[in-house]
Design a protein around this ligand. Structure first.
Ligand code: S3P
Length: 428
């Protein structure tokens, strides 16, 4: 679907919104709720396409999951209650679903086949297939199990000590979830800290897990017990309006109940370092901390972004790149080669689409260089089926007087089904 966004004269963004639930936390709540014993109630679960696919996958394994207006209720079967699915499990566009499910299924003594869309078929699965095979799972798929469609026959796992070559929460989580059903202890050592939602959620379900710096250890054969989860708003969705509030002149926004887990707040640190006026007030501190965030338009300056902060803002790089087009001076993003294996190659898609709107931006091997102070112009642009590229371009259109057309805009419902409604409310 192509959406037309019209910007007449100088616009400003004003008001208060609550963004939908965190995508990473929502997936984990459904997954652990399904394999726990007893009922789990999840409030604020994201009902975007990715998480709906996770729900469908567990339904196909016999788990009863009800959707009410305010919450989702899962009748956990316990791990041993999962049934061998008769149908293929379709993860759609969701990398988190396929990789974390492989971790869970590695311990399940039956056969499962997983497929996804054209983007999933291009994303590397060997990063989870290799360690899961070392633990004893039988995995096959395209290119010797490196790409979906992928099939797995689990069971009989032994714990391993795994030194991960990538700082990836999906890899870490897949191994820990397999470790939960393995003999002995499983440890994962990461090169840099990635998001820790799996660890926090496992504890909430009564599981013991030890974290010592970059090393995480889990003892096998632990039972999970159903619980109640409140999912905070997704900082990766809030990021679009945080950046919009800074770069659209004369704006002032409040975003309520945003998850501020320190493994995810790189976007706030970067925008502040660039000169943004952002204030956080604690809203709650349960399994995951949350805050109300207020943001006002500010003058930004270019900075260098790289190193340990990259995993803390990896999904926010498209919108940071847009913010950098409005900063004074040059912004360099480096150490971010992982961008190439996201929903799209986000180095290519960010550079290609922002260039169409007049940005001065160059790709590099592991990131990009953005020359600030550019006036954007409207254009015919494309999300390439990547939700975060679509939302970044919609925010860019607020700075481009005239009509911007975004092709494949339906992808946005993967993580933020009411994005355009919020954008409209804040514009008026
Ligand atoms: C996610 C982890 C990140 C992130 C993705 C969601 C998760 O990927 O980019 O959108 O829920 O664990 P990696 O773990 O592969 O870096």
């Amino acid at each position: 679907m192509t959406i037309t966004l019209k910007t007449e004269g100088d616009i400003q963004l004003k008001g208060t919104i609550r963004v939908p639930g965190d995508k990473s936390i929502s997936h984990r709540a459904v997954m652990l709720g399904a394999i726990a014993k007893g009922k789990t109630k999840v409030y604020g679960l994201l009902t975007g396409d990715d998480c709906l696919n996770t729900i469908e996958c567990f339904r196909k394994m016999g788990v009863v999951i009800r959707r009410d207006e305010d919450y989702v209720e899962i009748d956990g079967t316990g791990f041993d209650g999962l049934q061998e699915p008769v149908e293929i499990l379709d993860v759609g566009n969701s990398g988190t679903t396929i990789r974390l499910m492989l971790g869970i299924l590695a311990g399940a003594p039956f056969h499962t086949c997983l497929i996804g869309d054209a983007s999933i078929a291009k994303r590397p699965m060997d990063r989870v297939a290799l360690p899961l095979r070392q633990m004893g799972a039988k995995i096959d798929g395209r290119a010797d199990g490196s790409f979906a469609p992928i099939s797995i026959r689990g069971g009989g796992l032994e714990g391993i000590d795994y030194v991960s070559p990538v700082a990836s929460a999906q890899v870490k989580s897949a191994i820990l979830l397999a470790g939960l059903h393995a003999e002995g202890v499983t440890t994962v050592i990461e090169p840099q800290s990635s998001r820790n939602h799996t660890e926090r959620m496992l504890r909430a379900f009564g599981c013991q897990i030890e974290v010592d710096g970059l090393k995480t250890a889990i003892k096998g054969k632990q039972d999970l017990h159903g619980t109640t989860i409140h999912v905070p708003g997704d900082i990766s969705s809030a990021a679009f309006f945080l950046a919009a509030g800074v770069i659209v002149p004369n704006s002032e926004l409040k975003i309520q109940n945003v998850g501020i887990n320190p493994t995810r707040t790189g976007i706030i640190d970067v925008l502040k370092e660039m000169g943004a006026n952002i204030i956080e007030e604690t809203a709650s501190d349960e399994i995951e901390p949350a805050a109300d965030i207020t943001i006002k338009s500010s003058n930004l300056k270019g900075i260098e972004i790289g190193g340990d902060i990259i995993p803390r803002l990896i999904d926010e790089i498209p919108i940071i790149a847009l913010a950098a087009t409005q900063a004074e001076g040059k912004t360099i993003i480096k150490d971010a080669a992982e961008l190439k294996v996201k929903e799209t190659n986000r180095i290519d898609t960010v550079v290609q689409e922002l260039t169409k709107m007049g940005a001065k931006i160059e790709p590099t091997d592991d990131g990009m260089i953005i020359y600030g102070g550019t006036k954007l112009r409207p254009a015919l642009v494309d999300s390439h089926g990547d939700h975060r590229i679509g939302m970044m371009l919609a925010i860019a259109s607020c700075l481009a007087e005239g009509e911007t057309f975004i092709e494949n805009s339906e992808a946005i419902s993967i993580s933020y089904p009411n994005f355009f409604q919020h954008l409209k409310e804040l514009k008026s």
